[in-house]
Design a protein around this ligand. Structure first.
Ligand code: UT7
Length: 328
């Protein structure tokens, strides 16, 4: 049995912070943000809109497009670093209940911006081992809840949203996910972290302001370019696939300059590279599925086309995947 990428869905909240919003609260400018990041807007969830709510909206679309009945889903994996509740219950179990799928295996994955690729690898393993048939994977983030809006080096980057995919068993090898590489290196943990709120906290109190993300942006940038490039070169070489055979290169949407550097290193043409960072900013685990959904909804992603996913994030974690689109 093989695992195939059967459908995609996504959701972005209505409220938008454009660059002028940050000009009004910080010492920054639209020009600086655009030049250094490529970001114009980010979608921001309402106070009462939780990560699980956005995950449910994306999942409902992915399930509908899969042509499956929701009861045929037998596993839910949610990748998030901004769960509804920090320890328990998992956001995946909340999503399961909100979808009306109470009795189901469901759990979260914590791999930051690489979360969706990790979730994809888990779905593939469950399917190829014969344990599950239809896995719903979700990347959902309410990063606005863990963003320090007084830190101009990070707050201009992040947005909220969710993306979801149904991964299904198939006997058709042509539809099978070709390969997934994942990795991590915890010695870089301090580059991008939420230093408080867990049992390794620097402070005793769990006040939310102390749980905000902290990032050494410039160092992270350099490691990101190096790692994202190395990762995709390796997966292409391992599978003897030339970069011109990739229909859609879908990198984690952290910064336009990072994506451009990786695309240039791989000698990719502009039309191969999927860019959504301008309108969503960095939505961590949701960024790759939201980008896949964008090309699907604009009619650019067709059945059988080859996607190359490339993710990098806090941990540090990274992952890449060669995935034919098996949806309609
Ligand atoms: O998703 C997981 C992975 N995340 C990433 O890959 C993000 C990686 N990092 C980045 O995208 C970039 O490092 C940033 C966009 C965060 C920052 O861009 P940079 O080109 O690395 O800038 P920098 O941190 O080296 O700062 C350059 C200057 C500094 O001023 P001085 O010291 O040169 O006077 C900063 O204080 O830019 C200043 N600066 C700003 N100025 C205006 C930093 N943030 C801002 C801002 N507006 N928002």
């Amino acid at each position: 049995m093989y695992a195939s990428f059967r459908s995609i869905g996504a959701y972005a909240p209505k409220k938008i912070y454009d660059n002028s919003y940050f000009e009004s609260i910080l010492d920054t400018s639209d020009e600086w943000i655009l030049k250094r990041t490529g970001i114009k807007e980010r979608h921001i969830a309402d106070e009462n809109e939780f990560t699980s709510d956005m995950g449910v909206k994306a999942a409902e679309i992915a399930i509908e497009r899969s042509g499956l009945k929701k009861e045929e889903i037998d596993l839910i994996v949610c990748a998030t670093i901004s769960p509804d509740y920090f320890c328990m219950p998992s956001t995946a179990t909340i999503i399961a209940t909100k979808l009306g799928l109470g009795n189901i295996t469901a759990f979260d994955i914590s791999a930051a911006c690489t979360g969706f690729v990790y979730a994809l690898s888990v779905a593939r393993a469950f399917i190829e081992s014969g344990m599950k048939k239809n896995v719903l994977i979700i990347g959902a983030e309410k990063l606005s809840a863990i963003t320090d809006y007084s830190d101009r080096g990070t707050c201009i980057l992040f947005g909220d949203g969710a993306g979801s995919a149904v991964i299904s068993a198939t006997e058709n090898k042509e539809e099978a996910i070709i390969d997934i590489h994942t990795g991590s290196d915890g010695s870089y943990a301090d580059l991008l972290m939420t230093p408080n709120g867990g049992t390794g906290s620097e402070h005793d109190e769990l006040a939310s302001e102390t749980c905000f993300m902290k990032m050494k942006g410039n160092e992270t940038f350099k490691v990101a370019v190096r790692t994202l490039t190395k990762d995709v070169v390796e997966i292409l070489e391992t599978n003897k696939i030339q970069s011109d055979k990739i229909d859609h290169f879908i990198p984690h949407q952290a910064n336009y300059r990072i994506i451009k550097a990786v695309g240039d290193a791989l000698k990719l043409k502009e039309e191969q590279v999927v860019l959504t960072v301008a309108k969503y900013g960095n939505t961590s685990g949701a960024s790759i599925p939201m980008a896949i959904n964008d090309i699907y909804e604009s009619g650019k992603l067709k059945h059988g086309e080859l996607m190359l996913l490339d993710a990098f994030g806090g941990g540090l974690t990274w992952g890449s995947a060669l995935v034919p689109f098996a949806g309609k």
